[in-house]
Design a protein around this ligand. Sequence first.
Ligand SMILES: [Zn+2]
Ligand SMILES: [Zn+2]
Length: 372
Amino acid sequence: MEVKAAVFREVGKPMTIETLQLDDPKEKEVLVKVVACGVCHSDVHAINGDWAALVPVPIVAGHEIAGVVQKVGPGVTTLQEGDHVICCWMVSCGTCFQCMLGNPTLCETAIAAFMGGTMLDGTLRHKDKEGNPVHQAFFCGGFSQYTVTPEASTVKIPKDVPLEDACLISCCIPTGYGSVFNVAKMKPRSSVGVWGCGGVGLSTINAAKLAAASPIIAVDLEGSKREIALELGATHFIDSSKEDPVPKVFELTGGKGADYIFECIGDQGAQLQAYYAMRPGAIFVLSGIVAIAAEMALPTFYMPFQQRTIVGTLYGGINPQFDIPRLVDLYLAGALRPDKMITRKIKLEDVNEAYEAMEKRQIVGRWVIMMD
Ligand SMILES: [Zn+2]
Ligand SMILES: [Zn+2]
């Protein structure tokens, strides 16, 4: 079938809106009509060259999808035509070494396809008008009217969940929730510092509120994010363009430093600040992903003396088929608030405007592409 999609072809160039040919789903795959796709900061790294060596081109980016199943391939047992779904950007096979160890986001079966922008069998489903294959980002390829996704990463959700809200339960919400509950295993009354108030940061704040943390201190270079951070559950907001957040975090935590720190941007300056805001024995969770070449010099003297823990997480360590339905339940119970995070709905044709705005840190909350 023919589909309209935004294709990223070259670093530094805008995505182009093209008509692609999309093949039918193969074994254990489904065809999904994309209804909503969030615009995530991870794609900025892919587009601006930060991850150039790792991004296969041409590629349909976009990895925060909610949509409707149109067709199922052979062997699909858990989904059928008409199902509303969230498409996740990770497959967990459940049987490889890492999955058996309890590390679903390190699945060895999926990693080559994940990095290569292919389906699990290593092949592609989109072709451009010259007949050249086009990759799709992280099993998703959400900047397209339709996409083909693996059954294993496509999760059925109830039809009463608005798909525009649901798409955020595909990337930023599970990353934030998983960072708090799976990785930090946060206890009530903990003090928390969250660096970066984009989608993942706001989702981390929302989850910390669910964990009954206090204070929850949001830090961002853009004062315009104060209101939304407080709305999602932050008790304090520090504009780090105007004030050094480290002494302020100590002031707000009775001179101790924060019990848990989250760096949700992927910025070495923020990571270093955040490291200094830890209390002895604190856990520092890194969910933001920096440029490939980025390095950071940390004063590791404090690591043993203060028994600090630094832990990286991809996707909050979630198991899509297990955790996404739980997050949908929390959404239906009013505990998770993607509706408060979405500040603008745009068309596919506006995708480049969204990325320019994101690069300039002008996006407050999350923008969502509503596909026509
Ligand atoms: Zn994302
Ligand atoms: Zn696996």
